[in-house]
Each structure stands twice: as C-alpha cells, then as structure tokens.
Design a protein around this ligand. Structure first.
Ligand SMILES: Nc1nc2c(ncn2[C@@H]2O[C@H](COP(=O)(O)OP(=O)(O)OP(=O)(O)O)[C@@H](O)[C@H]2O)c(=O)[nH]1
Ligand SMILES: [Mg+2]
Length: 298
C-alpha cells in the first residue's frame, strides 16, 4: 500500500566475560526465561546457549558462553575452543564485567580478543547492587578504557533488574539488517534434554561446594511422556567413589534434595508435572575422556 517494508534487524550477540561475572544471569533476565544455569561457582556454563531477545522490528540472539579461562583438562580445553569459535563468528558482543571486582588481566585479555574481531560492543557492568554507588564510576571508567568505541555502556544488576530495560533498548543498535533467525516467541534452540541437564546441574551446584562442581556432569538418559506428567531419568556423573558419597549424602538425603529442587525448577519452566529419577554414577576421569565428553555433549 505504498509503505516501504520496515527493515528487520537481527544478529548473534556473544556474551564475553570472565567466569562468574553473571553472563548467564544477564542472558536469562534479558530473554525473560530460565535457560542457562546460574551458580556461584565459576565454570557453570559449559556450552553455548542461545537466548533470544526480541522487540518491534528486531531480534537479538544472545550466545551465552563459558567464561574465558586457561584450559586445565580436555573439558576446559573444549569449552575455551568453543568460546574462541563463537567470538570469532559473532556479529556483536556484550562485554560483561563484575562491578564488585577490580578490572584485571582476564578482562584485559577478553577486551583484546573483542578488539581483534572488531564487532559492535556494549559494555555491561553487572552486579552494581553489590557496590557503593560512589565506587561504580571508577570501575566503569576503567572498564570503558578497554573498549575503544562502545555502542553503549550499561551499569546493571541482573539480580535486581536495575538497568536491564535500558540495556535491552540498546540491543537493536548492535544489529545489522537481517531476517528473523528464530521463529517469533521461541526463546532458545536448546533441546528438552539439554534444558533438563542445565536445570538439574543448577540444582546440584546450589547444594555442592568446593572442588566437586567441576568434577560433576549431568546426563539426561530418558524422557517419557506419561499421563501423570513427564518422567525424566538422569544421572549425576562424578569422578570418584568419595565424590559419589558426597552427592548421595547421608541416607541419600543430598541427592533427594537436589532431585526435589530440580523437579520443581523443571516443572516451573515447562509448566507441567515432572517426575525426576536421579542416579549418581562414577566415571573416572571423564573430563579428560573424549568419548565421555562426546556422550555428555561437551
Ligand atoms: N548480587 C548479584 N549477584 C549476581 C548478579 N548477576 C549474577 N550474580 C550471581 O553471580 C553468580 C554467577 O552468575 P552466573 O550468571 O552463573 O555467571 P557466569 O558469568 O554465567 O558464570 P560462568 O558460566 O561460570 O562463566 C551467581 O551466584 C549469580 O546469582 C548481580 O547482578 N548481582
Ligand atoms: Mg554462565
């Protein structure tokens, strides 16, 4: 009717940052869905997770990634290789820092990698709820000095939601002209077993401490649709018998608690009744075993 079609804007936006700065929490909050596991342990995210954010005339596909790290075993080597590949392919980036920690060598390293790929970048200074407002300015100035020509700088809190709407409004400024990449209203391309894996691992990470989280993986073995809801069978994989003892807990209490937290989370996210059958299994040195890693999708 004589009206020129609006140009649609889209693109893949990577979340780059040190482990534990809050990338996954930012991605979930922007997408409005619980898609990626969040935990106080570093190296929570192990594979790329797409979280879609859309507005009028645009769609940003956020690629939540593991934090940049120095590989210590085959698992972390693969994780870092994935981060490198995703960053190399990205059309835009959110460079995420933690306002409650000083800018360090890790942030500088990531900033150099982003400068190498030279994509439009928004600096996201997260966790501002944890710092005295008077001290935020200094962190922002130091972080901004690492990003030569940012599209925008946003202090936010993924916990309280502070600043997220302003960040969301600036996302289209990162995007070039392009078609919708995901069907409207589809928040992620994660499969159901991948989402279940993420939520079970999140529940386990919330209850387990210290070194164990890195030695733990979750394998979803079977999902069955039954009249009373979904039946999910999953294994928590650890490396030693003593780790198994910790995850099982006294009288099976720990694995029961993890199971009931995870079942609740799955039910909420999927909007259906879920029955979760959780086993703990030992697989020695799985983090250095290519066959095991392939099996776990890592
Ligand atoms: N107080 C506060 N805590 C936050 C905020 N954002 C994230 N966190 C917490 O910081 C921890 C790490 O968050 P994640 O989102 O898992 O961090 P990440 O950068 O994805 O971590 P990796 O996947 O391990 O690289 C979790 O305990 C979060 O709840 C925030 O804005 N404020
Ligand atoms: Mg993460």
């Amino acid at each position: 009717m004589g009206i020129a079609p609006e140009t649609f804007r889209s693109g893949v936006v990577v979340l780059a940052g040190r482990p534990n700065v809050g990338k996954s929490r930012v991605a979930n909050a922007l997408a409005g869905h619980r898609l990626a596991a969040v935990s106080p342990r570093p190296q929570t995210t192990r594979r790329r997770i797409h979280a879609v954010v859309e507005g009028e005339g645009w769609q940003a596909v956020l690629a939540d990634l593991p934090g940049f790290q120095r590989p210590g075993d085959l698992l972390t080597e693969r994780m870092q290789a994935r981060v490198d590949a995703e960053v190399a392919d990205a059309e835009a980036a959110l460079f995420v820092t933690n306002a409650a920690e000083p800018i360090g060598a890790g942030d500088r390293f990531i900033a150099r990698r982003l400068a190498d790929v030279d994509v439009p970048t928004i600096l996201v200074v997260n966790q501002v709820d944890r710092v005295d407002p008077a001290a935020i300015g200094a962190h922002i100035a130091e972080a901004a000095a690492l990003v030569p020509d940012p599209v925008a700088v946003h202090p936010v809190s993924a916990l309280t939601g502070d600043g997220l709407e302003a960040l969301r409004e600036d996302l289209p400024a990162l995007l070039g002209e392009g078609p919708r990449l995901f069907p409207e209203g589809m928040p992620t391309d994660q499969t159901f077993p991948e989402l279940a894996e993420e939520l079970v691992r999140e529940a386990a990470l919330a209850r387990l401490r210290q070194e164990l989280p890195h030695a733990m993986a979750v394998e979803v073995e079977e999902i069955e649709e039954a009249a009373e809801g979904l039946i999910v069978r999953a294994g928590i994989v650890v490396e030693t018998e003593s780790q198994k003892g910790i995850v099982v807990g006294k009288g099976g209490r720990m694995v029961r608690d993890i199971g009931s937290d995870a079942r609740r989370a799955l039910g909420e996210v999927l909007g259906t009744e879920v029955h979760l059958d959780l086993l703990v299994r030992v697989k020695r040195r799985w983090r250095d075993d290519p066959t095991q890693l392939d099996r776990l999708g890592l």
